[in-house]
Ligand binder design. Sequence first.
Ligand code: SF4
Ligand code: SF4
Length: 457
Amino acid sequence: MQNRFELTQYRWVKKMLQWRGFQPVLMLFTLFFFVIAILTGFFGTPAGSHNFGIIFVWIVWWALLMIVMVPFFARLWCTICPIPAPGEWLQRRSLIRRRPGKLFTLRRRWPRKFRNIWMQNFGFLAVALFSTIILTRPSVSAWVLLGMILVAIILSILYENRIFCRYVCPVGGFIGLYSLTSTLELRVKDAQVCKDHKTKDCVTGNELGYGCPWLVFPGKLERNTYCGMCTACLTTCTQDNIAINLRPFGADLLVEKGRSLDEAFKALIMLACALLYSAVLLGPWGWVKDWANMDTLPHWAMYAVAFITINLLALPGIFWLTAAATRKLARLDIPLKKVFVDVAYSLVPMGLIGWIAFSFSFVFVNGSYALSVLSDPFGWGWDLFGTRSFPWTPVLPDMVSGLQILLLLAGLVYAIIIAYRIIRRRAATDNLAWRGTLPVAGFLSAVTFTFLRLYIG
Ligand code: SF4
Ligand code: SF4
């Protein structure tokens, strides 16, 4: 493949990833912190800035996820995520060893109508709607984390494999979509080898390991979205045909196969939520924050209606009109719905960069709280590592706005180029493609301008 650098060509990398204990050991590590986050949420101080659960989940983890893991390592978080771990270990009745025989589940069939990411879209919206409450009240945050792990266990008992991750997890939905941009991928080296290999061990599993828990056939992988990077297929492939590659940023955004309306809506919802979070948490309107924080039930109800309307009607509606203008100007002879879905993929890098800029606002300013809660996770006066009294220290406070401006403007240019390249594949000429790009460029510029207004006033 062009522009790829295979990391698994190094023997030690391959050996490490093929080791069956690789994922379970990492999951045990993150599960330890996950349990602490839940316990501190329930039993620790209600002051969010001194509670491990709030600081480590919503500042440290979120910033690491958005700024480092998703853009550079695809679904690396899903490799180490503790949420599906207890359910998966229960299914396998083992932590590391491959047990012969079938998985321990009731083997129900996941309904066909739910084999998409609509549930993940609505799940994310539900969490986002209550986010101001979740982010500031440790006990609510703990209930959310505990709820996710319980739902994952229940689904593991009912269905085989990672149904929770593939179709339900609200976090997994956006990680998958934004992983289209990542500089890392897992792919087969030669698709023909997979075609000719009759037993398809990566799907069925063999004595070396389990079949793909994400219900993916690696031989047909062209995008990162639904590969959970569990590395099982590296272990089970008897043909040495699986590789992990470095690649250019955004390589999957131009892959047409697999594009769908649920993913297009995911891109819109993520973009709308990045704008709304920025407005509520960083904007100058204190009353909006109060409403989102449920100061009174009627206020919150009005906020909820506005939030849902913007996410599901207003922004998609404006983007539908944008796609209609693109279709007309570029003289595209394909259904409007298809144009809408196609050009929505230009919102993926824009949304990711919006979230990175948003994360900069709090990670530089409030990241120092991590040191003090590490020593005193419950806020009970412990001083485990001698850092409890580390003062609140904003990092590079004068540079944050500059970084955000640079990032958002670079993101705008990149997203416009992606929009043009998507449209160019459908338009008859270059000129028509540029004309068709104009409405999308206008939409993206308006979004960027709104972000900039919110961050720098
Ligand atoms: S999909 Fe969700 S629960 Fe599954 S591994 Fe990824 S983040 Fe964790
Ligand atoms: S394709 Fe391979 S790495 Fe990806 S989820 Fe399936 S088994 Fe795991």
